[in-house]
Structure formats: structure tokens, C-alpha cells
Design a protein around this ligand. Structure first.
Ligand code: C2E
Ligand code: CA
Ligand code: CA
Length: 558
């Protein structure tokens, strides 16, 4: 017995009659009123194929039931038949308005009822089938192809045009989530539909074309290959259109281009290549399209080899601590150091953190590496103490990914206990953006670490958007102001950025936060920083990151 029919009727005689009529063909469930019926419908155990409902019932009558039913998306495919003794067209219209699929009249005629139930079930199945078939091919929001269909259609296009060169464009909207949060999801959806319309328009000019929505805000086009000038023109047209579509927001597309030269490459791989190229744009207003080069593919391979070599590298202690000294600006005296990881491999020599940290952040391995560095830093402090030295504090970096570790506070605290080192010697650097990601839990974690005696430094201050806002309500002890975010000296914007730095330092003083300027490379920067009362400095001008042995000489003259 396949289908289940739900009979909603308060009159027991009528109900048993209906059950009798249907029992032969269906599994039948019974409800005495609309409320009970909804409970049965909502119960995930039940898969109802059709509902027959009376109109006049206690508690929740048929109209109220239909009203709830018609506004519940999960019920739209379940047909409802209204059973009525009234034959006025007014109540019938009302039922139809609420989405009733059919009517049966009392007194019951068994044969008619069986037919009507059978019909509505078949109709609904057909409807669901059609919808499923549609969803297999088209994106429900925009109505254009989904990726699977795009792949098929692109294959066909290539096959039918063996002499035409093609390219694949992949593009997405820069910071689409920001657009969504500024204007709301509904507007975001509207923008996506607008883009789909633009793609449809392309078809008026170019017949050899396919396109699809790949996912979220990402779209793909396959069309005859064109030179950069043409692509640039096309992008300019898009940008112009976006500007008139939304005057209050700078909608920007990141575009990646893959020229199809080798047709044996699979289409999904071509899409991936185009997507990879689009990542090069990084939301730039200057160049918002990039063409795929094999070098881009190489960096992916490089990333993969980094991933697979990590475990072994850690066992073999290939990750090495370097220390970059920090100085007090008033007296140029050493005040501590930042721990910076270096990966020294037998094959490749020194690999810079700029290469592997982003890879480890993406796959989560950074948590392990962070812990490794913290532990080795604690060991280093222990070794200084064991030698009877009086070390300055050292600071380690905490990746924003590590902040998702719910045990982070315990892990750090346990390390200081294990190596028996004072928490004040072990400082923690956290980037500004980490605070904006997940403010509540991070604030709490930082507060606890401060209670254990750690100093918290806010790294890369000035790189984010919300800097000044963030400052009001978080627990940090020191601000690190990165000079690389300032305009170069001699440049047009130098005065502006100097005034920003001066103001940030003044504000920090109001909040009683010491400031350390990092990335200080030039004498003029040092002079300017002293003139505005910056307390500490770190940078190539004073010292580069160095191996521990070299730092020992500098700090302890040993
Ligand atoms: P960061 O925390 O902002 O570290 C400062 C970076 O600036 C270091 O780069 C340092 O060598 C560099 N630097 C210092 N002085 C100057 C200067 O005067 N001019 C210039 N141009 N650069 C200067 P490095 O060592 O390549 O590290 C890059 C980033 O990698 C770090 O940025 C940090 O975010 C991350 N990193 C490094 N070590 C670790 C680590 O152990 N754990 C985690 N999670 N991240 C780390
Ligand atoms: Ca840092
Ligand atoms: Ca920094």
C-alpha cells in the first residue's frame, strides 16, 4: 500500500464512511479537526499524499485549517479535497482561494471519491516530478542553467563548433555578503536575477554562448574567445549597468578568464581555472579581470605540497622560531621580541610564512602550527630562566582560525603551567579582524587570558574597517600599528596618513593603551613617531627577525 490519505472530519459516522471507502486503496489517517490534522501533517513520520477535509468542525474549522495550510510551504505539494454539504459557490470560492484542489459533496458517492483522490494524487506527483526535472536543469532563483547543465551545453557548443576558439569566464560579486547585509537578502536575490537578465541579453549579440549560475553569487559564461580589449569593454559595460542599477553601492564583479586551448581538459576543471584567475582580482577597482596562467595552477600545486609536507616537517622540527626585537622609542632600549615562524626545509631552504600560513589557515593546520610555536616559545622562556637570565617578554601570533578552538584559553594556560613560566613573559598577538569575526566569544577568551596575567596585543591595527569601533569594548593591552598600511613617505597621501597615525596614538593615550609601531623602515618614520608620542617600535630600521642565538647575544650578551 503506497499512499497515505488524511481524513479530517469531526462527525464520526462521516469519518468512518470515508475511511471505509478509501481503506482498500490507501493507508488512512484520521483527525477530528484542523488542529489535529496539522499535527499529523507536521509529524515527520507521516508522508501524506492527500487530505480530505470537512469545513464545519470544532476547535479549528476547515477554513482556518486551509488558511494555515496554504501559507505553509512544506504543504504546497499535498493536495487538499474539501468535503462539503453546502453547495453555495461563495464557500467554494473561498476554499479555492486557500488552495483547495477539488471538492466532494455529501452524501458520499464511493466511486466519485476514489476517482477524485486518485486524480489529485497523480496531479501532485506530476507537479513534483516536473519541479524536480526543472531543478535538475535550472537555478530556481534566476531561471538560468545550473552548473551541470552548463557543462553539458558547453560540451555541445564545443562539439558543434570545432573551428571556433572559446573562453570561459567566471565571475562573482566582490563582497556580495556585504551587499546582502546592507540591502537585505531580498535585494541580494534581485541583484542575482538582474545579472541573469544581463547574461540573457548577451545572447542577443552572441549566438555561440552558454551561461549558468555556478553557486551563490558566482556565474559562468562560455563564449568565443576574445582579446583583453574586448573583455575589458564587456566588463566596462557591466560596471556601467551596475552603476545605474544601484546608485548607492559600488557593485564590482571579479572576473577570471580561461582560454580553452586544450579541449581534453574537463569542463569543471576549466571552470575551476577561470575561478582561480578571478581570485587574483581581490576586489580591485583597477583591474577586475584576470586571465588564467599556468603559474596560477602551479601555486595550487605548491599549496598542495605544503599541505602534505606539514606533518613530517613538524616532526622533524623544520619550523624554527625567529625573534624580531622591539624597542622603547624614548631610549632605544630593547623591550622584548615577536616570535615569527620560519620553515627551513632541506630541499627548498627558507619558506616565508606569507607562503604557507594562508594555506594552513585554509585547511585548519594552522591550529597545530600555532600550538607548536606557542609550546616552543614557552620552552625558550624556560631555557632562559634556567640559565638565570632575566628575559624580556616575547609575543606569539594567534591565527584567527585558532580562535575557533573552544579550549584555546586552557591550552595556553596549561602550557605556562607545564613549563612553569610567568604569564607576563608570554604575550599574545591577535589581529584586529579576529575581533570583528566573532566578537563575543573572543572577548571572553581574551579577558580570561588577561586574568591569567597575559598581555594582549592587537596586531595589524589600522588594516580593518572597524578599528576605532572595536577599541571601545574589547580587552586589549597594547595596539600594534602597522606602518605598511600607511602611505609611503613623499607620497601625496603621506600627510593624511600621518595625521591618522597621530590621531590614533592620541586616542590610544586617552584609552591608556600603549602603542607599538611595526614595520618601521625609515629614519623619517622614527622621527615622526617620536614626535607624536609613540612608545614602542619594531621594524627593519632597528632589527630584522633573527635566529634565537643571535637574539641571545643582543638581549643577554651571551
Ligand atoms: P605579522 O604578525 O604582522 O608580522 C610582522 C611581519 O612583518 C613579519 O613578517 C616581519 O618579518 C615583517 N616585518 C617586520 N619588520 C618589517 C619592516 O620593517 N618592513 C617590512 N616590510 N616587514 C617587516 P613575516 O615573518 O613574513 O610574517 C608574516 C605574517 O605571518 C605575520 O604577520 C603573521 O601574521 C604570520 N605569522 C608569522 N609567524 C606566525 C606564527 O607563528 N603563527 C601565526 N599564526 N602567524 C604567524
Ligand atoms: Ca604579529
Ligand atoms: Ca602585524
Amino acid at each position: 500500500m503506497g499512499n497515505t490519505v488524511l481524513v479530517v472530519e469531526d462527525n464520526e459516522i462521516n469519518r468512518s464512511l470515508l475511511v471505509m471507502i478509501l481503506e482498500e486503496t490507501y493507508h488512512v489517517l484520521e483527525a477530528g479537526n484542523g488542529r489535529e490534522a496539522l499535527e499529523i501533517l507536521k509529524d515527520p513520520k507521516n508522508t501524506i499524499s492527500a487530505v480530505i477535509t470537512d469545513l464545519i468542525m470544532p476547535e479549528m474549522d476547515g477554513y482556518q485549517f486551509l488558511e494555515v495550510y496554504s501559507s505553509s510551504p512544506q504543504f504546497v505539494n499535498i493536495p487538499v479535497i474539501v468535503s462539503t454539504s453546502q453547495s453555495d459557490s461563495e464557500s467554494e470560492v473561498k476554499c479555492l482561494e486557500y488552495g483547495a484542489w477539488d471538492f466532494i459533496k455529501k452524501p458520499y458517492n464511493a466511486e466519485i471519491i476514489r476517482f477524485r483522490v486518485k486524480n489529485v494524487i497523480e496531479r501532485s506527483e506530476l507537479y513534483v516530478l516536473r519541479k524536480l526535472r526543472y531543478q535538475e536543469q535550472f537555478d530556481t532563483l534566476t531561471g538560468i542553467y545550473i552548473q551541470n547543465m552548463f557543462v553539458q551545453q558547453t560540451k555541445k557548443l564545443l562539439r558543434e563548433n570545432p573551428d571556433t576558439d572559446f573562453m570561459i569566464l567566471h565571475f562573482d560579486i566582490s563582497q556580495f555578503q556585504v551587499y546582502n547585509s546592507v540591502f537585505g537578502r531580498r535585494e541580494g536575490d534581485k541583484l542575482l536575477c538582474h545579472i541573469a537578465d544581463l547574461l540573457r541579453k548577451l545572447e542577443e549579440y552572441e549566438k555561440k554562448i552558454t551561461y549558468c549560475r555556478v553557486e551563490a553569487d558566482a556565474f559562468c559564461i562560455c563564449m568565443p574567445a576574445a582579446d583583453s580589449e574586448f573583455i575589458q569593454k564587456m566588463m566596462d559595460e557591466f560596471q556601467k549597468n551596475f552603476r545605474s542599477y544601484q546608485r548607492d553601492y559600488n557593485i564590482l564583479a571579479n572576473v577570471g578568464v580561461f582560454y580553452i586551448e586544450d579541449r581534453t581538459v574537463s569542463i569543471p576543471a576549466m571552470i575551476d581555472h577561470a575561478k582561480l584567475a578571478s581570485k587574483e582580482c581581490k576586489g580591485s577597482y583597477i583591474k577586475n579581470y584576470h586571465i588564467y596562467t599556468d603559474q596560477m595552477g602551479k601555486s595550487i600545486e605548491e599549496a598542495q605540497s605544503i599541505v602534505s609536507e606539514m606533518e613530517r616537517a613538524m616532526k622533524e622540527e623544520q619550523f624554527v622560531l625567529y625573534l624580531q626585537p622591539k624597542y622603547g622609542l624614548a631610549n632605544y632600549r630593547l623591550a622584548g621580541a615577536e616570535v615569527l615562524v620560519r620553515w627551513i626545509t632541506p630541499e627548498k631552504g627558507m619558506v616565508s610564512p606569507g607562503k604557507f600560513i594562508p594555506v594552513f589557515e585554509k585547511n585548519g593546520q594552522i591550529m597545530k602550527l600555532d600550538y607548536y610555536i606557542w609550546e616552543h616559545s614557552c620552552k625558550l622562556i624556560r631555557s632562559w630562566l634556567d640559565r638565570g637570565l632575566e628575559p624580556f617578554p616575547i609575543s606569539v601570533n594567534i591565527s584567527r582560525v585558532s580562535l575557533y578552538n573552544p579550549r584555546i584559553v586552557e591550552e595556553i594556560h596549561e602550557l605556562t603551567l607545564k613549563y612553569d613560566i610567568p604569564a607576563k613573559l608570554f604575550q599574545l598577538e591577535l589581529t584586529e579582524s579576529a575581533y570583528t569575526d566573532n566578537p563575543e566569544s573572543i572577548k571572553k577568551a581574551m579577558r580570561q587570558l588577561q586574568e591569567y596575567g597575559h598581555t594582549i596585543l592587537m596586531d595589524d591595527f589600522g588594516s580593518g574597517y572597524s578599528s576605532l569601533n572595536v577599541l571601545k569594548d574589547i580587552s586589549v593591552d597594547v595596539l600594534k600599528l602597522d606602518m605598511k598600511f600607511m602611505a609611503a613617505s613623499g607620497s601625496e597621501n603621506q600627510k593624511k596618513s600621518e595625521s591618522i597615525v597621530a590621531n590614533v596614538i592620541r586616542l590610544a593615550k586617552d584609552l591608556e593603551l600603549p602603542v607599538i609601531a611595526e614595520g618601521v623602515e625609515e629614519k623619517e618614520q622614527v622621527e615622526f613617531l617620536s614626535s607624536v608620542g609613540c612608545e614602542y617600535v619594531q621594524g627593519y630600521y632597528f632589527a630584522k627577525p633573527m635566529p634565537v642565538a643571535e637574539y641571545n647575544k643582543l638581549a643577554f650578551k651571551v
